[in-house]
Design a binder for this molecule. Sequence first.
Ligand code: ADP
Ligand code: ZN
Length: 638
Amino acid sequence: MPPAALFTEPASASAPLAVLQQVFGYPAFRGQQAAIIAQVCGGGDALVLMPTGGGKSLCYQVPAIARHRAERGVAVVVSPLIALMHDQVGALEEAGVHASFLNSTLTFEETQRIEREMMSGRLVLLYVAPERLTTPRMLGQLDSLHERGLLSLFAIDEAHCVSQWGHDFREDYLALNVLHERYPDVPRIALTATADDLTRADIIERLQLQEARIFISSFDRPNIRYAVHEKDDARKQLLRFVQDEHEGDAGIVYCQSRKKVDETAAWLSGEGITALPYHAGLDASVRKRHQDRFLREDSVVMVATIAFGMGIDKPDVRFVAHMDLPKNIESYYQETGRAGRDGQPADAWMAYGLADVVNQRRMIDESPANEEFKRNQRGKLDALLTLAEAHDCRRVRLLAYFGEASERCAAHQNACDNCLHAPATWDATEAARKALSCVYRFHQNRGQRFGAGHLIDVLRGKPTDKVAQYGHESLSTFGVGADVSEAQWRVVLRQLIALGYLRTEGEYNTLELTPTARDVLRGEVQMLLRQATDAPKRARGERGDRGGKTTKATRGKDKPPPLPLDDAGLARFDALKAWRAEIAREHNLPAYIVFHDAALAEMAQAAPDTLDALGQISGVGAKKLEAYGREILRVLGG
Ligand code: ADP
Ligand code: ZN
């Protein structure tokens, strides 16, 4: 790692915009960054709700650097993710910012050295886990810094971890209220990509941020395309999706169980895709190795349970696929949000079927939680099911769930599946009535209950053994639905369950009417359902307009550049990537931390031949220009 740089610039160098341009090499702030940074630089508290990829890190890094340059000492960043601190700090050091972390992976000597840097006030940013921050030793050190006016700010990353409502609750986060009590004059900035009201209220209360200014960004991720597919043969559908649309791309595939993670990863590997499993049942060392490969290599597909993902800041994850239904919309949004941090087109893909609905409901029913909690979970699942069944804009529904109004995304470059191809619908009112009345007839018959398979057989008039055994040929509903295919019936049943007219019971998932079923039976509810067929496949090559995909045929498995480049440009891009790979290896960092693909592509396109011109490229800060400028010019000239 390069030696720490000390700043000796004049006072104006501490202006936030100067820091952004000089250190990070970006020309301008995005969205609310400027306002947030002004608030914190001015000594106020801030709560920042911004989607993944929105640019939260700069919201505390720029104030930390600016305040350090104004001789206010060290910023302390609380982060729950020890495994990622190394790379976060590495990125700052690459940009010439003196940063370190303190956690259990360090030796005694390393810890001592970093503590000395901190206590001298030379350090700009210190990353720590919450459990470490609140130890008496660390608090004693902070007291000393504070007395000397060398505590510049506290940043609390992944602030939703303080909320029991959220998905990542961490006991240790609760103790962070000590910061406000002990150091009331030190500004605090809490950041999260979690949007819901309950979590927000929890963060404010538990971290005592009542005085903080709250900054809420739009939660739209315009570069993500949302699509939900009928499950047919989910694995094959996944493979086709990865092969047709994401060859050579990095992606995440979420599965519900560890077993399914292992099986799916093995299967994809067998099909020639670099896929690695990740779940809590694997050894910590295996998990770390897989995570490192995912971060450091270009085209790894991580097949994982939800144990994987928080804080993963890999910018070029091109797709997130769900092989099973997530728990609720919050989880779906968080998980899919890990795609496309770099703003380039990315896919959120989900395969979904009747069994998903049944399983998720059963998991809630069988959980040991109390009734109130279960009711809450069921409500959240229902909201997700409505999103999955929707035949209108998914983006509008997703944002509406978080209280944000929006327009359908049809005109968008990355329109959702429903906007891209309006799904065929059919009037299933009659079919729904037939299905529900058949369930009713079963029940009349000595309270019997059956699962979806038998129900469909009866509706379609199929003479099975079971039909004979129960004498179901004589039911008035036998064969009334012969005109509807079996696949279509499954869709009807799935939607009846999803919409709460039917529920499943017990080990065999037998079907039972709910009180609202009566409204359908009476013909009071019109049911317009999606056709069972999958959305039309995009023709190969139709993605040509989404970045440089047109060049794929000639580039084999390589990831295409994020800008269209001619042949000479492509050659420069490849040369730059090879050079970057060497530096990344030397510094033991993921390549994107040295330079993003976007920066390399811009260099390849503009082919600057002076240091000044190179410095104009977005992402080339002063330190990187000094450290790498000459070599880059040589690579470009070569
Ligand atoms: P978040 O933590 O909100 O998910 P990051 O802080 O990782 O987002 O930022 C996402 C990406 O956007 C990063 O690659 C970052 O370098 C880039 N970025 C953030 N702010 C700016 C800006 N003002 N100009 C250019 N790029 C930016
Ligand atoms: Zn849409």
